[in-house]
Design a protein around this ligand. Sequence first.
Ligand code: SF4
Ligand code: SF4
Length: 361
Amino acid sequence: MLWFVLTTGACNLRCQYCGGGFPPEYSPPRPVYGAEKLVESIRRLDPDPVIFFYGGEPLVNPKLIMEVMDLLPEARYGIQTNGLLYRQLPEEYWARFHRVLLSIDGVEEITDRWRGRGVYRRVLKALRFLRELQRRRGGPGAVIARMAVTHDTVIDRDVLHLLLDLGFDKAHWQLDAVWSPPWPIGRWARESYLPGLRRLAKWVAEKPWERLSRVVPFHGIVSALYNGGYRWYPCGAGRDAVAVNTDGRILACPIAVREEWAVLGRLGEWRGQLAHPRLLPERCRRCSYLPLCGGRCLYAQMEDAYWPRELLEELDWVTRRTIDIVLSVVVPAVERALEKGLMEPSSVYYDPLEESTEVIP
Ligand code: SF4
Ligand code: SF4
């Protein structure tokens, strides 16, 4: 099971699509429980935990990270961070991470426009530190660029910049949809995003044995096709993944700190009860793309009042066309590579719970 542990509700940045952490009344800046209590619960409920530190910005509270990693050395660990405070955590902890997800949106101009001036260069410092650590100590396992994709993004330019120019192991992205004010996502997708995705898919199709695993959304969709499809949200929200908020509540989704439907219980009292299957809406259960989409995002499905219905339908349309591009461009290349023995069948498999990714942008 995947456990998101919010070390704090506070953040050291104020990115435009997010606004900077959670209000303290919903997610206090410091946990109200001790690390021992958290570790005792995880041990009792889960023999094979994957633990990702999350926030706010998790490095605002490195103490909890160190305590948990010391108390539960057998778990697999990861972190989702903006990386700016990387010096707050000693390198032996960094080296133990199985995955590090660093927030960066693409080229410098785009990253700084949305995340703040100078952020790009500071993230690069963290990346250089992690790369050097990988060489010297053999860890962290993989460094993944975690992008927020806005109407300014040129998807193939920005993903390839992160993978080829900067040397991230992989890239994953989320669309700036639903939690930002409404914007014409369908028009942008037609004019920029989908043509860019097609170019990116062609790049992957040239050498899928090397490149498929580097573009997380493509890998996750191809994996679903070959491995029976998703029966729930790919991120696992509330069924295979839970979040421990700093106030001790167990949540189905790490960003749903305000929403009652997301509360599964309280630390110490929670017996492992999971989100109700009804939280996958009828609309998705009837959709022919469900096996490859999984419903995309529980939070967006539940909080559908932020955007007008026609924009949510455009978002579904973008998701379906994204899947179509993977099916028409990437999958035939994977088929050929498998037939020729250039790719191992096992390399097609992707488990988003190991990396805390959502698969569908
Ligand atoms: S494309 Fe839309 S309606 Fe279909 S499964 Fe995905 S989120 Fe649900
Ligand atoms: S994809 Fe949606 S439901 Fe899943 S963790 Fe992210 S915000 Fe929560």
